[in-house]
Ligand binder design. Structure first.
Ligand SMILES: [Zn+2]
Length: 489
């Protein structure tokens, strides 16, 4: 970005709430059913069908609001947002407008992790939220064919009426990296709370970005454009980066930004215009006469507040304080609640927090990533991993052998102790067994020994490595080093 400009970015995030049934009827919310298998008269807006608000949707929305530090409003109102689209057959979407569920709140961007180091990224920044409101999702249109003659559109109302919260941020972000990390941090909290499944591929979490630029030092906002429905962190960052560049280019060439809605084409890495402000809908909101005002009393709010789990940020701080972990470890271990639980169980049972952290950040995360699985699917329990850590800490096996043992534990489900005993993997640490091997290696490398004697000490490690090789990784490197020094000198 040209240094004389500043980007101003705000996000609007739609998150499906993890309820069993829809927001205004009893249809299931399960993803992947055959088209229109989960659609009743309320879902498709047949005349006379009446909505009834789902209590657990409200509880989940309030949970998110409280966790994000918002002020939950005692009284909020569902309104009709009027527009027609084939995937919205009743002609309006029920959404909260003038009186949303919650106001304020915010998210602190992490100092360590994804965004740190990126240009314009300010770790520790507090990004304010404007509001959180509840609404229903619309159905889905599936288009087929491009030529006019064979163009078809299919409609699936399974998604129609799935409960959503829309989280609207203030325009507090100043770079694409900040926006991506904000979205990622928000996703982490929602998944952590069990409010949303975080599945962006299936569209249960979606993001729109409002982007504008202004001259450095200006306090008024430039004209903004909105990039709709970006479904990955990387695409969000790319789309915003592209928009910032496009805005600056237009302004630098004396042009004017047109307020409009744009879509991101991931293959081209570009955004393109979807509709301009002139085509924007006038939604003619009014309170839905079929639904009473939503009242969340203080008692309900307190009950939800007291049932909140320890949140990611608090957990990171506690891991650092309680286990003396570096901030980097704490950030990685708190990606999800289940991973943090797995780490803490392992740390407690092994009595060695840093070793537990290294194993989880190393082999456990590597296997999760390579196999695309959750920590719950890792067949090595925290107790079993703790068993391996204890054996390594005692010096029974070397850390090189430990990695192989981990792999065998993974594949067979056997304990570390079993594998070490059955395969004779215990570390060789008695000098009498190691000395003949050290002698043999020294005899075979007399010219290197001569060089070491002349002061080329870095060749020393090579000889230790040769002994390790002879012992198939089982030799205790410390004892080998001591023996080697003594014999050479
Ligand atoms: Zn229904």
């Amino acid at each position: 970005m040209s240094s004389s400009y500043e980007a101003v970015i705000g996000l609007e995030i739609h998150a499906q709430l993890l309820t069993a049934t829809k927001i205004f009827c009893g249809c299931p919310t399960a993803f992947g059913a055959p088209p229109n298998a989960h659609a009743c008269p309320v879902c498709v807006g047949l005349p006379g069908a009446l909505p009834v608000l789902n209590r657990s949707a409200v509880d989940l929305a309030v949970t998110a609001a409280v966790a994000l530090g918002c002020e939950v409003q005692q009284r909020s109102v569902f309104a009709r947002k009027n527009y027609f689209y084939p995937d919205l057959p009743k002609g309006y979407q029920i959404s909260q407008y003038e009186q949303p569920l919650a106001l304020g709140g915010g998210v602190t961007l992490p100092r360590v992790g994804q965004g740190s180091g990126a240009a314009g990224y300010d770790g520790g920044k507090f990004v304010r939220l404007t509001r959180i409101h509840m609404e229903e999702d619309a159905g889905k249109s599936l288009h087929e064919g491009f030529a006019d003659s064979d163009r078809k559109t299919y409609l699936d109302y399974n998604r129609s009426g799935v409960p959503l919260i829309e989280i609207v941020s203030e325009p507090d972000m100043r770079s694409a990296a900040e926006a991506a990390v904000f979205f990622e941090t928000l996703r982490q909290v929602l998944v952590w709370l069990g409010v949303n499944d975080g599945n962006m591929d299936e569209g249960s979490l979606r993001c729109d970005a409002n982007v504008s630029v202004r001259r450095q030092g200006d306090t008024t906002l430039g004209t903004k454009t909105e990039v709709k429905n970006v479904n990955s962190f990387r695409y969000l960052e790319k789309a915003i980066q592209y928009e910032i560049g496009r805005h600056i280019d237009v302004i630098d060439h004396g042009g004017k930004i047109v307020q409009e809605t744009r879509l991101f084409d991931a293959a081209q890495g570009k955004t393109y215009s979807m509709r301009s402000k002139e085509e924007a809908h006038d939604y003619r909101y009014f309170p839905d006469p079929d639904l009473p005002a939503l009242v969340v009393d203080a008692e309900r709010r307190r009950r939800i507040e007291s049932s909140l789990p320890e949140l990611p940020e608090a957990r990171r701080r506690r891991l650092i304080a309680e286990y003396a972990l570096p901030e980097y470890d704490a950030a990685l271990l708190t990606q999800t609640r289940s991973l943090a639980d797995y780490f803490e169980d392992t740390a407690r049972q092994s009595g060695s927090a840093k070793a537990a952290s290294n194993w989880v950040m190393g082999e456990v995360l590597r296997n999760m990533k390579e196999r695309a699985i959750d920590v719950a699917a890792i067949p090595i329990t925290p107790a079993a991993l703790a068993g391996l850590i204890v054996i390594v800490e005692k010096g029974t096996i070397s850390s090189t052998v430990a990695k192989d043992v981990f792999a065998k534990m993974y594949d067979t489900g056997r304990s570390a102790a079993d594998i070490v005993a059955a395969e004779g993997l215990a570390q060789i640490s008695d000098s009498s067994s190691l000395e003949p091997i050290v002698q043999k290696v020294i005899a075979a490398h007399s010219e290197i020994v001569a060089e070491i004697k002349q002061g080329k000490d870095r060749k020393f490690q090579f000889l230790v490595g040769q002994v390790m090789k002879e012992t198939r990784g089982k030799g205790d490197p410390k004892i080998i080093t001591d023996l080697m020094r003594r014999i050479i000198e």
